[in-house]
Design a protein around this ligand. Structure first.
Ligand SMILES: *[C@@H]1O[C@H](CO)[C@@H](O)[C@H](O)[C@H]1NC(C)=O
Ligand SMILES: *[C@@H]1O[C@H](CO)[C@@H](O)[C@H](O)[C@H]1NC(C)=O
Ligand SMILES: *[C@@H]1O[C@H](CO)[C@@H](O)[C@H](O)[C@H]1NC(C)=O
Ligand SMILES: *[C@@H]1O[C@H](CO)[C@@H](O)[C@H](O)[C@H]1NC(C)=O
Ligand SMILES: *[C@@H]1O[C@H](CO)[C@@H](O)[C@H](O)[C@H]1NC(C)=O
Ligand SMILES: *[C@@H]1O[C@H](CO)[C@@H](O)[C@H](O)[C@H]1NC(C)=O
Ligand SMILES: *[C@@H]1O[C@H](CO)[C@@H](O)[C@H](O)[C@H]1NC(C)=O
Ligand SMILES: *[C@@H]1O[C@H](CO)[C@@H](O)[C@H](O)[C@H]1NC(C)=O
Ligand SMILES: *[C@@H]1O[C@H](CO)[C@@H](O)[C@H](O)[C@H]1NC(C)=O
Ligand SMILES: *[C@@H]1O[C@H](CO)[C@@H](O)[C@H](O)[C@H]1NC(C)=O
Length: 533
């Protein structure tokens, strides 16, 4: 079915070349990519062709116009193989092969030999770029952005359009059962934490990864129904759903009529929102957002991970931990938050630890109640949780007291919701001194007692202890300020790090926020022995 599409697509590309916008585009491309034009064209890539990441001419195979290319593209940690927009300075990536494999070093080779397309590494690891049902005898990078492999009868046996990653480009369709996955970060290709699925029931739905395709996990849906519904993007930016009979059943965006030559792409972004972007083809142009599935960055479920909740600050999302919790990884909100106190245990090994209920107003959560009580006041609800050693949090709304166990998921603050959550918190200054958050991290100290005398060892330890305390105090202070904002980059060894002005600015913000968050905002992750949820 899809092979026919691609064949049809190729034909339609040829026949529509007379159409004014396309010919304009070609004219523009010819002038823009004069150098590419002068080189050999790779519209028919033959067996025996190779690509290497750093070769001046053979690191990718361009499409006839030079707009797209298939081949190596660089990231901080090495090279990936994929399809990108070679005709613009940003070299925007629209597809990546084996995105979850580690990137390869510059001495890797992509070989189109023996009817296969194989990424070879000097270490001996060879990975296939495409799982082929039969031997390939030619390949082609089409001007549509589709990279295709042909058998000896010139039939398409594999095409990148059938294996989308996070993006679709015009004329690529997301057919029933297929899904797009967001990337790990703005620049890192590996699979991230959100997906957009074209369901067999005709509904186009967004979910976090690794959840069932059921309503409680959905955070956006087209609400459409039908058999074999597909998501389509046209070369004027029109994004819409077609049903089995080819009827348009939903318009997500309208097409643009513009005199400029523009390219469009639709992408599920790292933040879980999917957007249609457009860009003029001039070198100084930039991508602008034409449409997005939502303007509320807190909507994508799971952005903040477990035991955290999302707060929309102006147009940005901010993740915060439950009271008494801290981020597992400050660089990665999705890792969620962990307990910073001794948990309530039914076998009562905590002795004298006191618990209190800490309120969070106007928040909503995934409801995984293990017990629901009809209680008239929230005070009764709090008290019930305190008396129940299994209870870790309660959600109270309109006389219903819903008892929860951790982890709490998909939390977010709403302006209007009357629900209040209460989190059971242990007394942080309780008897368990090892729970204190300011223990220095334990470092192994190896001393060769054959060489150094016992007294020297003692002296060394004394010095170490003194300087350790001084350095540590210094570090904790810096660290506490640095970690305020979830997405600030930092090195584990803060003492060795120098900070740019921008970072320092963020530090001040982070610190303010921390104060706003209450007593248990953020502390050093390495020294908290209690997490487990
Ligand atoms: C592509 O190359 C193959 C092998 O050299 C050749 O048989 C085929 O005709 C070529 N196709 C086109 C469209 O040039
Ligand atoms: C690039 O590939 C072509 C065709 O395979 C070959 O003729 C040419 O020598 C290669 N150029 C370099 C610099 O490797
Ligand atoms: C290939 O590159 C990697 C990373 O740069 C390097 O570790 C490895 O030694 C290289 N292999 C050879 C055989 O040069
Ligand atoms: C990888 O491919 C190269 C070149 O085809 C071949 O010499 C090598 O044996 C292959 N290595 C493995 C482990 O298959
Ligand atoms: C959906 O499309 C597939 C492939 O074209 C076809 O086999 C199937 O019969 C279609 N389903 C319906 C209900 O039309
Ligand atoms: C496709 O959509 C049209 C318009 O909504 C509707 O009339 C038609 O019955 C649908 N076809 C199928 C097979 O669902
Ligand atoms: C979508 O827009 C097209 C025109 O761009 C129109 O013909 C079609 O009826 C619209 N579909 C729906 C479901 O509104
Ligand atoms: C590109 O974007 C920046 C900021 O988003 C804007 O200032 C600039 O004017 C844009 N350039 C073009 C050519 O649109
Ligand atoms: C008490 O229960 C917790 C789990 O609820 C368990 O990890 C712990 O080992 C238990 N302690 C004793 C002394 O049984
Ligand atoms: C912890 O317990 C002590 C003694 O019971 C009490 O004075 C203190 O206020 C409690 N702190 C919190 C945060 O509940």
């Amino acid at each position: 079915m899809t092979n026919n599409n691609a064949v049809r697509k190729e034909k339609s590309l040829l026949t529509s070349m007379a159409a004014i916008p396309i010919s304009l585009l070609f004219l523009l491309l010819v002038s823009l990519f004069h150098t590419a034009e002068a080189q050999q064209k790779y519209s028919n890539i033959t067996l025996g062709s190779f690509l290497t990441p750093t070769s001046a001419t053979n690191s990718s195979w361009p499409s006839p116009s030079g707009l797209f290319a298939f081949g190596f593209y660089q990231r901080d940690n090495g090279y990936y193989v994929g399809v990108f927009l070679a005709g613009i300075p940003e070299k925007t990536v629209v597809w990546t092969a084996n995105r979850d494999d580690p990137p390869v070093p510059s001495n890797a080779t992509l070989a189109f030999t023996d009817g296969r397309l194989v990424l070879q590494q000097l270490s001996g690891q060879n990975t296939t770029i495409a799982d082929l049902p039969q031997s390939a005898s030619a390949a082609s990078m089409l001007d549509s952005g589709n990279f295709v492999l042909y058998n000896s009868d010139q039939e398409i046996i594999w095409q990148s359009f059938d294996h989308p990653t996070d993006t679709i480009v015009p004329d690529q369709r997301l057919t029933a059962g297929k899904e797009l996955f967001s990337g790990a970060s703005e620049t890192d290709p590996p699979t991230g934490i959100f997906r957009l699925k074209m369901q067999h029931d005709g509904n186009l739905v967004q979910y976090p990864v690794e959840t069932p395709d059921t309503a409680p996990y959905a955070y956006w849906a087209s609400g459409t129904a039908g058999d074999n519904v597909s998501l389509n993007l046209d070369d004027d930016g029109h994004l819409y759903l077609l049903n089995n009979t080819g009827a348009n059943i939903d318009n997500l965006t309208e097409g643009e009529s513009t005199r400029e030559v523009k390219i469009y792409r639709m992408k599920i972004d790292v933040d879980g929102i999917f957007r249609v972007y457009s860009r003029t083809l001039d070198q100084t142009g930039n991508w602008s957002t034409k449409w997005q599935s939502t303007g509320d960055k807190c909507e994508p479920k799971g952005l903040c991970g477990v035991n955290a909740f999302c707060v929309q600050m102006d147009t940005e999302a901010d993740c915060r931990c439950l009271p008494g919790f801290e981020f597992v990884n400050h660089r990665k909100w999705a890792s969620g938050c962990q307990r910073n106190f001794v948990a309530d245990r039914c076998n009562n090994t905590n002795g004298v630890v006191k618990f209190t209920m800490s309120p969070l107003e106007n928040t909503v959560w995934e409801d995984t109640s293990y017990f629901v009580l009809e209680l008239s006041t929230k005070e009764d609800c709090e008290e019930d949780c305190l008396q129940d050693c299994n209870c870790e949090a309660v959600l109270f709304k309109e006389g219903q007291c819903k008892k929860q166990k951790l982890p709490l998921r998909y939390g977010r603050r709403l302006q209007t919701d009357s629900q209040v959550a209460f989190i059971k918190m242990g007394n942080m200054t309780g008897p368990s001194t090892k729970a204190l958050p300011f223990d220095p991290p334990k470092k192994e100290v190896r001393v060769d007692i054959l060489i150094i005398s016992v007294s020297l060892v003692g002296f060394a330890f004394m010095l170490l202890a003194i300087s350790g305390v001084l350095i540590y105090r210094n570090r904790v202070w810096t660290y506490r300020k640095i970690v305020g904002k979830g997405n600030v980059e930092f090195d584990e060894d803060v003492a060795l790090r120098s900070f740019t002005f921008a970072e320092l600015e963020q530090v001040t913000n982070g610190f303010n926020q921390e104060l706003g968050r209450g007593a248990f905002g953020t502390v050093y992750k390495g020294v908290i022995p209690y997490n487990q949820n």
